[in-house]
Design a binder for this molecule. Structure first.
Ligand SMILES: [Zn+2]
Length: 165
């Protein structure tokens, strides 16, 4: 593909590295918590949560869902001492705009491969998806019993809404 973004990011990184200040802290987050949120390109996770580099783990995936974040959450707690979980899902999430069966059919048609073994986990109610993921964490024996707070981020206005359990 001739229109790759690679040259653009390589050039940006040269600039970044030229003024890079050495990081003196280790890999364990200094504020001992992790954030699980969506991969959505509009979410500036550090700024919207007032985070600085080194303070928290930020785990991102499609929708900000627990099942495909479990491996990272367990490592974060067991190896890097995080002791609190923040879940942020958001309005206008791409995962509220498709249907699992339709996506599977599209893959079957366009790629001639079967993706029926994968759960793409779309959802319709963003508050409910936060509650469902908190429930999953609380019932997952491999996840430590730590404080968990869930939010919906309102993508249009930049505001967090705390979801009461
Ligand atoms: Zn999203």
């Amino acid at each position: 593909m001739s229109n790759s973004v690679a040259p653009k990011i390589e050039s940006a990184n040269k600039e970044y590295a030229s003024t890079f200040e050495k990081i003196t802290i280790g890999p364990a987050p200094t504020h001992h918590f992790l954030v699980l949120t969506c991969m959505d390109a509009r979410l500036d996770v550090f700024r919207m949560l007032g985070l600085q580099i080194g303070e928290a783990h930020v785990i991102r995936n499609g929708g900000g869902r627990v099942p495909d974040a479990l491996r990272s959450i367990i490592c974060s707690q067991q190896l890097l001492e995080t002791r609190e979980i923040i879940i942020v899902h958001h309005t206008d999430c791409g995962f509220t705009h498709f249907n699992e069966e339709e996506l599977r059919s599209k893959i079957r048609k366009d790629m001639n491969h079967v993706a029926d073994h994968l759960a793409f986990m779309p959802f319709t109610d963003v508050k409910q998806s936060v509650l469902d993921d908190i429930h999953l964490l609380k019932n997952e024996p491999l996840v430590m019993n730590v404080p968990i707070t869930g939010y919906v981020y309102h993508t249009e206005v930049g505001k967090l809404e705390r979801i009461q359990q």
